[in-house]
Design a protein around this ligand. Structure first.
Ligand code: MG
Length: 259
């Protein structure tokens, strides 16, 4: 369940490339764009500009390089030529990338145009909740410490945490052990060790935490129709703390690194 220093160096490279994909997404004008158009632009960027492989395509029979989850969609939204992004939407793009045999996984929720204060608050709280989880990671910490930090932050902000989907170990495979729950009790669960690599990817809802899957077999929505947001990073446990492998330059610049 732990990676060698050589593997960690390769995973850091995959993470750096995936961060560049989000920098590219940041440059796009999303209003009026379909999620399928975004998918196709990102696929071209990963393959041609980065000379990497979009790891989600073909995984579990999925035909696209990203998930696009709009407003009440919690996760696993499927790119579509009929889903047009509109002023006021929030949309999460969840993207994986493989380079030299190692996979990185990250997601970011975007504000499309002029977004309501309520939606912006949810997105900001979700981002902060992810960082609360990241900051709980160090050698000797327990998995329950991560989930506890995330759920406590979410509850204090007035939001619920989705329980059906969790973070995961990652490496040569997209989904490896262990599972990283976004709720939990401090001091419980697996003890973190140097060389572990996994994702932290909380989903927060404005309403109830319950979700259901739509008839396409992929799209997961809130049962009460409330807004949902998500952020995700791939992180590695180091000798002294943590390395956020998919950290974006904007985050480094704004001091959002793990303390
Ligand atoms: Mg993931």
């Amino acid at each position: 369940m732990t990676k060698t220093p050589q593997e960690l160096a390769l995973m850091a490279e995959s993470g750096r490339l995936l961060a560049a994909v989000f920098e590219y997404l940041d440059t796009l004008d999303l209003i009026g764009t379909t999620t399928l158009q975004i998918n196709d632009l990102v696929e071209h960027y990963i393959r041609e500009d980065l000379q990497a492989r979009p790891a989600s395509k073909g995984q579990y029979g999925f035909e696209f390089v990203l998930n696009a989850s709009i407003n009440n969609v919690v996760c696993h939204g499927v790119p579509s030529p009929t889903d047009v992004l509109r002023d006021g939407d929030i949309v999460n793009f969840d993207i994986t990338l493989e380079k030299n045999g190692y996979i990185a996984d990250s997601s970011k929720t975007y504000l499309v145009g002029d977004v309501s204060l309520a939606a912006r608050r949810l997105v900001q709280a979700t981002y902060s909740a992810m960082w609360k989880g990241i900051r709980a990671v160090r050698p000797g910490a327990r998995l329950g410490d991560i989930g506890f930090a995330i759920e406590r932050h979410a509850k204090r902000a007035g939001y619920s945490v989705v329980r059906e989907y969790c973070g995961h170990g990652i490496g040569r495979e997209m989904h490896e052990d262990p599972q990283i729950l976004h709720f939990g009790k401090p001091g419980t669960g697996l003890t973190l060790r140097e060389g572990m690599v996994f994702t932290i990817e909380p989903m927060l809802n404005r309403g109830r935490r319950t979700v259901r899957t739509e008839e396409d077999g992929w799209t997961v929505v809130t049962t009460d129709g409330s807004l949902s947001a998500q952020f995700e990073h791939t992180v590695a446990v180091t000798a002294t703390g943590i390395d956020v492998l998919t950290l974006r330059p904007e985050e480094r610049a704004s001091g959002f690194r793990a303390a």
